[in-house]
Structures are given as structure tokens and as C-alpha cells.
Design a protein around this ligand. Structure first.
Ligand code: HQG
Length: 183
């Protein structure tokens, strides 16, 4: 059977980080042609014979909605590519949002605030549970930060809707961040 997790990672890499390397063109909203993507992937022996149905199954089997296909096009569901600054509309966030992190980053975050690091935006969650899952990918101990999102927004920090659980934002200065849970 096709390794759909591996395929999903590879598609994310191409669409989010390195479309140029594969000669893939993204439009302003991050879409590229499904056929072009399949052609490029099929050049690798691993993905020879890949079909659109395989990509659809990949999206269906994923625990999270990472990609979407519409008509002839595919894109990473929320674009946080480094190279392709996608045009997104800023949105007013809820009063508070959460960010799950780990002990080793804490001091730095409390000093400099949250930064996107390798991504285009900081990732925030609308609920504590999702923030916990994000943190637990890194360590078996999650540190949950509460972000005073609406105050930050009122002071000019931009927020964007990611998907149902995730909000994206520009860097969050430390004055809007507090530790709520430490377990
Ligand atoms: C930390 C997954 C030091 C930040 C999940 C995090 C998520 C700082 C790490 C999505 C810092 C960045 C994103 C600072 C932030 N100093 N460390 N000033 N500011 N950090 O992976 O939020 O699988 O880029 O706490 O579901 O962990 O990609 O971000 O630990 O929604 O679909 O630097 O990744 O989705 O790590 O996770 P990441 P994240 P996907």
C-alpha cells in the first residue's frame, strides 16, 4: 500500500516550503495544478504512477486537514510557506488563544515573545487541548501559554484563521503572553 503519511509530508514540503525546487508554480492563494504536482512527483520512482485518487485518499486519511483539492487545483490548507507569502485576510481573534510549547523554549519566549521560526506565522489554538497535542509532539511535558489575542489585535498584531482549531498570527510580544498550565 502507498505510504500516505510519507506522501503527505512530501506534498507539504513542496507546497509549503519549496515549490521552486520542483518547478511548481503557486498562485497568490497557494494553489497549484494537481496535474503539475502529479507530474513532478511521478518523476521520483517512489511516486511513479501516482493518481489524483491517491492524493484524495491521502487527504481523507490524514488526521488533520493539511491539504485541499478544488477542481483542478491543490494547496496546503493553511499556507505557512517561507517563500510564498500568501495573501490572507486578517481577522479579529477570540479574546484568548493558546500556544503549546515545551520547557526548553519557555525563557526565550517570555523574553522575546512568540516568533514563527521556520514557518510563516505563529500557530495558536482555540482550545487548550489542541495546544497540548502540539506541545506533546516535542516533549512529554506540555507548557500551555495563554495569549491575550484580542488585546494584541487591538494593538496592531495581525491574526488569520488557519483551520477549525488553529489560528495563525504575526509575532506575539511577550506582554500578551502568560503561562496558564504547567503539567
Ligand atoms: C517555539 C503542527 C524559542 C514554539 C501542529 C514551538 C501545529 C520559540 C517552536 C503546527 C519562540 C516552533 C505548529 C521563541 C516560538 N524562542 N522558541 N521566541 N517562539 N517558539 O513546529 O507551534 O503538522 O514551527 O513554542 O498541529 O509547535 O505542521 O510550531 O515549539 O499547529 O500540520 O518554537 O504544526 O501542524 O515549532 O506547531 P513549529 P508549533 P503540521
Amino acid at each position: 500500500m502507498l505510504d500516505y503519511t510519507k506522501l503527505s509530508r512530501e506534498v507539504s514540503y513542496i507546497l509549503r516550503h519549496n515549490p521552486d525546487k520542483y518547478g511548481i508554480k503557486l498562485d497568490a492563494e497557494g494553489w497549484c495544478s494537481v496535474d503539475d504536482l502529479i507530474d513532478k512527483l511521478s518523476e521520483t520512482p517512489l511516486w511513479k504512477g501516482l493518481t489524483r485518487a491517491d492524493l484524495e485518499t491521502m487527504i481523507e486519511l490524514s488526521d488533520k486537514k493539511r491539504h485541499e483539492i478544488k477542481a483542478e487545483k491543490i494547496r496546503a490548507f493553511y499556507g505557512h510557506s517561507i517563500k510564498n507569502k500568501l495573501s490572507k485576510t486578517a481577522n479579529k481573534p477570540p479574546k484568548v488563544l493558546y500556544h503549546g510549547t515545551v520547557e526548553r523554549f519557555l525563557n526565550q519566549i517570555l523574553q522575546t515573545g512568540l516568533i514563527p521560526k521556520e514557518r510563516q506565522y505563529v500557530h495558536l489554538s482555540s482550545d487548550v487541548n489542541t495546544a497540548q497535542q502540539v506541545a506533546l509532539r516535542r516533549d512529554d511535558r506540555a507548557i500551555i501559554l495563554e495569549v491575550a489575542a484580542q488585546s494584541a489585535w487591538e494593538n496592531g498584531v495581525k491574526f488569520y484563521i488557519g483551520n477549525e482549531d488553529i489560528w495563525l498570527s504575526d509575532p506575539i510580544p511577550s506582554e500578551y503572553i502568560s503561562i496558564i498550565e504547567d503539567k
